[in-house]
Design a binder for this molecule. Structure first.
Ligand code: HEC
Ligand code: HEC
Length: 153
């Protein structure tokens, strides 16, 4: 019992860095307003700068949606995403069009999830982070905070 308590204390004192992807404090208001209506505003650390650049250059055909914004807003959001992008060698390439869910890092972090969960009606898409990570919009991806009970360890 004492030992468990100690482990819990250590766990909260040194949370694994990978769990927490906070939104940078300097995020422009346009990013949240333009990029969180169809899905969460994905944290910039989830893609490398090149991939954000590619994605932002193709907003008129954004995964079957038109996500166009005016030019000034597009420049503002692109600059913010590139400035706060993730580490290219840790993430790996995201494919074309770039997807967070195609980066080597995402695949590695989720490789123990049985395929049927990606098709589960509660989930529907890998891009639907919030289906499993209720704190995703706030940047919390801890394996201890997973809303699908069968996937909790
Ligand atoms: C009109 C709706 C809409 C808006 C607005 C929108 N998106 Fe998307 N986005 C989508 C759809 C639909 C997908 C594909 C989701 C899926 O595959 O389940 C997507 C996917 C993505 C992905 C890839 C997720 C994956 O599969 O890894 C990224 C990154 C992304 N959007 C970023 C943005 C950014 C940045 C903005 C703001 C400039 C934005 N989106 C605005 C609809 C939208
Ligand atoms: C089907 C449910 C599901 C979906 C959807 C999902 N994840 Fe996960 N994710 C998990 C589970 C379960 C784990 C814990 C895996 C483990 O540690 O073995 C995890 C782990 C993670 C981790 C690592 C956390 C750590 O402690 O190292 C990150 C980061 C992450 N997910 C981000 C995302 C992002 C970003 C999305 C959306 C683009 C997403 N996940 C979509 C279930 C999901």
């Amino acid at each position: 019992m004492k030992r468990l308590f100690l482990i819990a204390m250590l766990g909260s004192a040194f949370p694994a860095l990978a769990d927490r992807l906070p939104m940078p404090a300097n995020a422009p208001a346009s990013f949240t307003s333009e990029c969180s209506s169809c899905h969460i505003a994905y944290q910039p650390a989830l893609l490398q700068a090149n991939d954000w650049h590619k994605l932002m250059a193709g907003l008129s055909e954004h995964f079957g949606s038109d996500a166009t914004v005016d030019r000034k807003t597009e420049q503002e959001i692109t600059a913010f995403l590139e400035r706060n992008a993730g580490n290219a060698s840790r993430l790996g390439s995201a494919g074309n069009p770039p997807r967070i869910t195609q980066t080597a890092r995402f695949i590695r972090k989720h490789d123990e999830i049985p395929a049927k969960y990606w098709r589960d009606p509660r989930v529907k898409s890998k891009a639907n982070c919030e289906a499993c990570h209720p704190g995703a919009a706030k940047g919390s991806y801890s394996e201890h905070d997973i809303s699908i009970r069968e996937l909790r360890e």
